[in-house]
Unconditional design. Structure first.
Length: 530
């Protein structure tokens, strides 16, 4: 039933340049003008995936926090999570294949996955504000159509919205499969939860300065601001989506995290609550400037600990016997890990960089909180937990039913499919509001160790291989002993190196007791790598 001549026509219309690409941790990502053939072929493979699973699949066109001239494409699996790993190879093969070999590649995918080709593929498609996004989205549609699949265009949207809609289409109990349905679920639970904690506040201010990275997150917040403005006044900045080169330029969550300074146009108002989203609104950073003009960052580690602390208390109040754990990566600050284990006494595990690894590990808990230090994260809840909450909601103990109500509303405020800056913002604001905290109270939970990150350009980054969740190097064999020796000469020193999954470089991370020492350690390790 497959019409290979239709697929071939697309291969000819969008010829592959003389360069192979790889489906990395964030899908395909490169200069936008090198992507025409990629999105066509990804459309084809995503359609096959949909036929295999007999479920809807998502396609998101975005390059997140990258410069406006880049773009990329990611495939979303039926439950709204990232594409299963075994398929990354299939899609990479098809994207890199020549006109003479694609038919064989596609047939082999069909055979090895026992795909019934009489099924119609069903795709949901979303894109960000980049100037190239709509064009690439239309080519992706051609790819899907070449296999007779159907496409529902969500259009301009954040990455987490697309993930959410795919999940709801395949699992209607999760919510209504539309952008309105998404806002409705998150904001309704937020309003109800807010009302539960509506006491007089001394410390929590209802005002935030918001940096939208001049991307799609700014549109989201403009809408949200109209809905919840009576609770949180949102002062919108970096919301110009009409000027392409402003996207992520000196603003956004990635800029704030890596530069550790204020983005353009956010006022240095002492102690004000400042928030940034990244270009596709799946990452978030909180920060503030103190009266001495010092910059303070509250990153993914901080959000994970804040959420764990809050939820741990609620599950105790609800008398629920469930497991709670935090998943981090090697980038998590050493003092956050110490705080989680020693003070919170919550389980913590460390996995490789990349959302799919964190998400997978978090599934092991009834409440799995995962965050990368860079601000990408969410919470996932087991079915067992959801069922237990229902039982507690009808308990005759008022304290228990109240805690169960809080938890149940909290669950509905979370986008469990993927890190979601809006959902994370609502969570953090709810907790700060409930605790009557400002950012400096939140920051007091623990002191971070100063850290420094560096990039090293090498001939072949894949010569470096790692183990132990990227915390130790396996090859080149002589490297790790040298790193160990160097680290041991720094108080509270910790460092690791890993090849980047998104750029042709090796990344270096170092922590030490002072900023100067962290910088020095990062530099010395970089020299070892070079
Ligand atoms: C991708 C990942 C992100 C990770 C980053 C690391 C997803 C959706 N995104 O952007 O989680 O932090 O890669 O990049 O998984 P790196 O390998 O270049 O350090
Ligand atoms: Zn992003």
């Amino acid at each position: 039933r497959l019409n290979f001549s239709k697929i071939l026509a697309g291969f000819k219309k969008y010829p592959k340049p003389n360069r192979d690409l790889e489906y990395g941790t964030a899908g395909f990502r490169t200069k936008a003008d090198l992507l025409d053939h990629v999105v066509f072929r990804v459309g084809v493979v995503a359609c096959l995936r949909s036929m295999q699973k007999k479920k809807a699949i998502g396609l998101m066109i975005t390059a997140s926090h990258n410069i406006h001239s880049d773009n990329g494409v990611k495939i979303v699996d039926p439950l709204g999570d990232m594409l299963e790993q075994s398929w990354e190879k299939f899609v990479t093969d098809v994207v890199n294949s020549g006109e003479d070999s694609f038919e064989e590649k596609i047939m082999s995918i069909i055979r090895s996955n026992e795909i019934d080709t009489s099924i119609d593929g069903c795709l949901f498609l979303g894109w960000d504000t980049r100037p190239s996004s709509e064009h690439l989205a239309s080519i992706a549609c051609e790819g899907v159509s070449s296999l007779n699949g159907t496409v529902t265009k969500i259009g301009l949207c954040t990455t987490p919205v697309l993930h959410y809609v795919v999940r709801c289409h395949n699992d209607p109990a999760y919510g209504k499969a539309s952008v309105d349905g998404y806002y409705d679920k998150l904001l309704t639970s937020f309003e109800k939860l807010w009302a539960k904690f509506d006491h007089i506040k001394k410390c929590y201010s209802p005002h935030i300065y918001f940096d939208g990275a001049n991307g799609v997150g700014a549109i989201t917040m403009e809408y949200v601001s109209g809905k919840i403005g009576d609770k949180i006044e949102i002062d919108l900045h970096n919301d110009d989506i009409k000027t392409p080169d402003k996207l992520n330029h000196c603003c956004g969550a990635d800029f704030v995290k890596t530069q550790q300074k204020l983005p353009l146009s956010i006022p240095a108002k002492p102690c004000a609550r400042l928030v940034s989203f990244d270009g596709d609104a799946d990452r978030i950073m909180y920060y503030f400037v103190d009266p001495e003009n010092q910059f303070h960052l509250l990153d993914g580690d901080r959000m994970a600990t804040l959420i764990a602390m809050f939820l741990r208390q609620i599950i105790q109040e609800a008398e629920l016997d469930v497991s709670l754990g935090i998943v981090q990566t090697a980038y998590a600050n050493g003092s956050s890990t110490k705080f989680i284990t020693e003070t919170l006494k919550v389980d913590v595990s460390c996995v490789k960089t990349g959302v799919k690894y964190l998400h997978h590990e978090a599934l092991k808990y009834d409440i799995g909180i995962y965050f990368e230090a860079n601000g990408h994260g969410t919470v996932i809840f087991s079915q067992r937990l959801k069922d237990e909450i229902k039982l507690k909601l009808v308990s005759d103990n008022e304290k228990i039913t109240s805690a169960a109500t809080t938890l149940s509303l909290f669950v509905d405020m979370v986008n469990e499919t993927v890190g979601d800056a809006l959902s994370d913002l609502l969570i953090v604001e709810t907790i700060l509001h409930a605790k009557d905290w400002d950012l400096s109270e939140w920051e007091k939970l623990y002191d971070v160790l100063p850290y420094q990150m560096a990039k090293v350009t090498v001939k072949n980054r894949n010569a470096i291989t790692t183990t132990d969740a990227e915390r130790r190097c396996v090859t080149p064999v002589e490297l790790q002993p040298k790193i160990d020796e160097m680290v041991s000469s720094f108080k509270f020193g910790r460092a690791f190196v890993r090849p980047s999954g998104t750029e042709d470089i090796v990344r270096v991370y170092a922590e030490a007791v002072t900023q100067a020492e962290a910088n020095e350690l990062a530099l010395r390790i970089s020299i070892l790598v070079y």
